[in-house]
Design a protein around this ligand. Sequence first.
Ligand SMILES: *[C@@H]1O[C@H](CO)[C@@H](O)[C@H](O)[C@H]1NC(C)=O
Ligand SMILES: *[C@@H]1O[C@H](CO)[C@@H](O)[C@H](O)[C@H]1NC(C)=O
Ligand SMILES: *[C@@H]1O[C@H](CO)[C@@H](O)[C@H](O)[C@H]1NC(C)=O
Ligand SMILES: *[C@@H]1O[C@H](CO)[C@@H](O)[C@H](O)[C@H]1NC(C)=O
Ligand SMILES: *[C@@H]1O[C@H](CO)[C@@H](O)[C@H](O)[C@H]1NC(C)=O
Ligand SMILES: *[C@@H]1O[C@H](CO)[C@@H](O)[C@H](O)[C@H]1NC(C)=O
Length: 831
Amino acid sequence: MIHSKRFILYSFLCSLHLQFVICSSNTHHVDSFLVSCGEAKPVELEDGRVFESDLGNTHVNISPISHTIVSNSDMGVPKILSSARVFTSSSIYTFNTKKIGRHWLRLHFYPVKNTKFDLNSAVFSVEANGITLIHEFSFFKGNYSFPLFKEYLIQVTGSNSGKLVLGLLPWDNSIAFINGIEILSVPQKQFSSKVIPIPLASAQELPTHVGFETIYRLNMGGPNLSPMNDSLWRKWESDKSFLINPAAARNVSINPNRIRYHDGVSTEIAPNLVYATAQEMADAKVNNQRFNVSWLFQVEQGFGYFIRFHFCDIVGSKLHDLVFNVYINNQSAIESFDVSRQAKGLSSPYFIDFFTNLSIGSDKILVQIGPSHLEGYLPTALLNGLEIMKMSNPSDSLDGKLATYLDSNDIKKSKNMHMMIVIFSCLGGGILLFLLLLISFVFLLCFRHKKKKLKKKDSVTWSPLPTYVGNSGTKFSSNTFGSTTATHSLSQIISFSEVREATKNFDKNLLLGSGGFGKVYKGVLENGLVVAVKRGNPRSQQGLIEFKTEIEMLSKLRHRHLVSLIGYCEELNEMILVYEFMAGGPLRRHLYGSNLPPLTWKQRVEICVGAAKGLHYLHTGVAETIIHRDVKTTNILLDENLDAKVADFGLSKFGPSLNQTHVSTAVKGSFGYLDPEYFRRQQLTEKSDVYSFGVVMLEVLCARPAINPTLPRDQVNIAEWGMNWQKKGQLEKIMDQNLMGSVNLESLRKFGETAQKCLSENGNERPSMGDVLWNLEYALQLQEASNGSGGDDDSMTGISDIPDRIPNVDRVEEIDIETVSDLESNDTIRD
Ligand SMILES: *[C@@H]1O[C@H](CO)[C@@H](O)[C@H](O)[C@H]1NC(C)=O
Ligand SMILES: *[C@@H]1O[C@H](CO)[C@@H](O)[C@H](O)[C@H]1NC(C)=O
Ligand SMILES: *[C@@H]1O[C@H](CO)[C@@H](O)[C@H](O)[C@H]1NC(C)=O
Ligand SMILES: *[C@@H]1O[C@H](CO)[C@@H](O)[C@H](O)[C@H]1NC(C)=O
Ligand SMILES: *[C@@H]1O[C@H](CO)[C@@H](O)[C@H](O)[C@H]1NC(C)=O
Ligand SMILES: *[C@@H]1O[C@H](CO)[C@@H](O)[C@H](O)[C@H]1NC(C)=O
């Protein structure tokens, strides 16, 4: 599905925005923040470092929704773990870094004993600059009885305005907490070299947008090293427990002072304590000894891993004595490696970086060193240090429990890719909805039990619902539903071979976008229909749920303003959806972040009208109300005539039945668009879509993201910011500069009032989509009337010049924080 970053954060959260401008205490590093969370006074650690309080600093602003606790019972724990700050709703720490580039981010978590909160059972997620670090973690779930320490490498870019934004997101009704935060800028040379892929291929640059998590950092043949022994405060672990056959290795060491660093390598790469010890082949120097020393590491499957080897010849008596082979996962990494040649001397450090993609089904990394096949060298091999770091996946996650999605943000990142779109097949005729439902059900089963090829079988849970064209007493013209007469879907089963043909065997050049859910290709069916083909990734459990929902929803719906499914394919464990191609792409791209020409005010209002029609149909046009749950500018797609259609029903839910007022459900949606009432009460009504639509309206007006954390506090959240100006009656001051001089003030006023009503705190006060639609059509008429009457000479109809316009920074990435999985929808397929 095309959702990606789901946020539970909503606007008010931004009020908890702890701004840190703590001065660097370390002369070596441009940025060095040491923060003790929830502690009133600075804390001096056992290692001499002083952690500042996150309170009491003039630059720190803490809103009342946070609570501080301090432990007094755990005398044994390190000082940094003796206090924690607890968050009852999603919250952000913002660090203004001085340096652009990679930063170490180290996080300390420990469930401090206290009387107010049970931190052991807290479930929360953590995110930094758009990378999901931890997803739905809980000490209790993990049976952790010890502190959790995590280390990451996070890129701070100019487009984050040099900020590191750390989000803490409680799951559902839970709480989040954190004990300590360390941030340290990484020296320029630390990760500047190229990495060599395994299987061997030409070296590549490390992608800068990727986040890293340190999984292992080992000091071969030596003791554990504490942060005190490392100029970058890293921890190094002894390798003993990872040796497959400890008898095959023996530790060697020299006096650390004998280590001689050469250019390119310094103590910042690794301290001399690491290079001064190593494991080498046991019983070396015996003729013809032939075996490998092997280390085995448990890692999470499906991720890419960065592997850094540290070598230093501390055993050879002369140059070029020590030549051996290095393997990763049974594949050659370095053949006949001459350490002293590479390091330009004995006792001289050298490091080399590799990269390997761990395929599905493999959750281990095997590292081996063994003698070279060449004659005339010492029959030994050695390794001094090893680092293994996990790299964030295409969904920007470092925590695999997170289901991944194809998302607009991924697409935005994948440069000029269009987003796929969808539309309405004109394939009329009644289709076998029932058959479709059966097949989808079977299809799902097939995915769950890959090997078992199940045949169609009866599905009780998927009985089709009667569909009728609604007439819900709304105020607008009857032709709104004009196109809905062909109510039942014509979605058809499309063979894999046809899909393959349509996409020229999934030709890279036809790729429109990609992400965790899978890839989207443009294609042409046999009958000439241009389509968007979404090829799912069968790994993604969440993707599967949303896939199912999308088929279920779209096969019930046909409307001129809803994207439609043409067909799907279930062969060979494939999970493929075929939509009609939407040439215009997502609405957001027409508003900001691309070079597309700016839309006129009339076009913008027309697009809103179209999308409102689609949503109105969802809410009232079918027997059972359908709540979209993820209304946002990336889910409104445009065709070649800029006609809007609502897309992506992967999160949709049926609304309350007659005797209910709401549906209780885990909160889902997208950050910045999420209805605060829904968030608070977890009760879903169609008014949540109305709220999100209000956010969309403001985005259309101001041409900036719903959330932009790089702006000043009062501007971060568009709903809050827009409503402040709307209440002052000066919405024109924040509108898109491109609209200046061409907007009818009355039309704008109507538009602003409507958005304001949509954004009412209380769902009951928000209008229905039908009312929104009526108001938008009215705003459109006001604009058309002024265009027609040559409004140029009427100074009241045009806004010509607004000198004190608020500058608006766009083209900045939203921060994205992924959240919560929907337990209910998991349950529905777990049968
Ligand atoms: C956690 O520990 C408890 C008791 O020590 C045990 O009953 C439970 O099965 C453990 N859970 C997991 C997930 O290991
Ligand atoms: C090195 O090996 C010796 C002898 O096997 C052992 O006693 C010692 O603990 C080892 N040192 C380290 C740091 O592993
Ligand atoms: C690490 O640093 C501590 C404190 O300076 C010191 O006591 C310890 O000996 C060092 N470890 C090694 C292996 O040198
Ligand atoms: C490496 O090879 C060994 C022996 O052939 C095998 O048992 C092991 O699974 C392989 N490991 C990997 C990671 O491929
Ligand atoms: C060492 O491991 C590699 C890769 O698993 C293997 O190809 C090689 O034969 C092994 N060498 C010896 C001497 O066992
Ligand atoms: C590893 O996987 C990523 C994402 O799937 C891909 O972009 C990259 O090219 C792969 N690298 C290698 C060496 O296969």
